[in-house]
Ligand binder design. Sequence first.
Ligand SMILES: Cc1cc2nc3c(=O)[nH]c(=O)nc-3n(C[C@H](O)[C@H](O)[C@H](O)COP(=O)(O)O)c2cc1C
Length: 337
Amino acid sequence: MFANLQYPIIQAPMAGGIATADLAIAVSRCGGLGFLAAGYKTPEAIEQEIIKCKDSALPFGVNLFVPQNDEMDESLHLYKERLEEDFRIRLALPEPGDDYWQEKLELVMKHKVPYVSFTFGCPPEDIIEQLKNNGSRVIVTVTNLEEAKIAAENGAEAICLQGPEAGGHRATFRNVDEDTHVPLIELIAMTRKVIPLPIIAAGGIMNGKDIHLALNAGADAVQLGTAFLCTEESGANPVYKRALTSGEFAETALTRTFTGRLARGLKNEFMTRYENIAPAIYPAVNALTQPIRAKALKDQNPQAMSLWAGTRFQEIRKGAVKDVFEQLIKELEEYQS
Ligand SMILES: Cc1cc2nc3c(=O)[nH]c(=O)nc-3n(C[C@H](O)[C@H](O)[C@H](O)COP(=O)(O)O)c2cc1C
């Protein structure tokens, strides 16, 4: 599955403009696997990035969100009214959409993207089959054994196993309140016993020792998101990068306040204030809070921005991808020798 990679190290797809083509290419150039994030992007924008990655002639992947639309109800209206009052802003209730699912599938087919991964669900067997027949390697992101079994039954060639330490959204197939207490290393060992597919382990992997431990526990590759957030090639904005490294934030937490779906980020005032009233309605809440987040960025106010990060964000390294990657390999080799 990863035989063409020099190192089994994957850069996590990170939606929100972070996993740029520059980031993906830089990681693949180091011998890892760079990933583009198609979530929330227009087909035109993601196609430009795909073309840039293809032109590099290096391996790369594209990640797609499996569409879902939680039903809107009164709780969304109440949340909207409360946010409008607190932020003195007019917010619009979004129209249901599918994030251009069909168009994005057609794009990854058209460009024969080498690796295609899915998050927030498992596509039906026929879609996975079509992609495989078209030459793509298909990965489904899962958070537990039950989801891993579904991915295997539907024909996935590998699973990306996301532990509770991970930054960003929980990849659960359904928008649920879940028990997230099994740490990644235990999750890998449990899954390895039952699922015969290659496992890509994700969540709280920050250095060579973590990579070694994940591989030792039974993973075939690792996927790192937070570790690449503050690299020069990352598309994270300067306010976000500063928040991650300034020491202003002490911890991360899971929250629904920004998007309606559980996601891990730096614990800020917005999360604390709205934790009890934010409804579990995705992606409507994501669209609803967008103008608030955009204004916070403009005002350079990290207290009302979504600052996705894994539990180990305090160990983030800055610099060019090349330097961060070389350090990971150096540490990994020390542990392996
Ligand atoms: C800012 C950010 C955005 C993310 N966006 C996506 C995404 O678009 N698709 C996806 O499958 N995972 C996404 N993730 C989750 C990662 O794939 C991965 O599970 C996570 O980064 C691993 O934990 P770590 O951040 O501690 O390394 C995101 C993570 C972060 C930090």
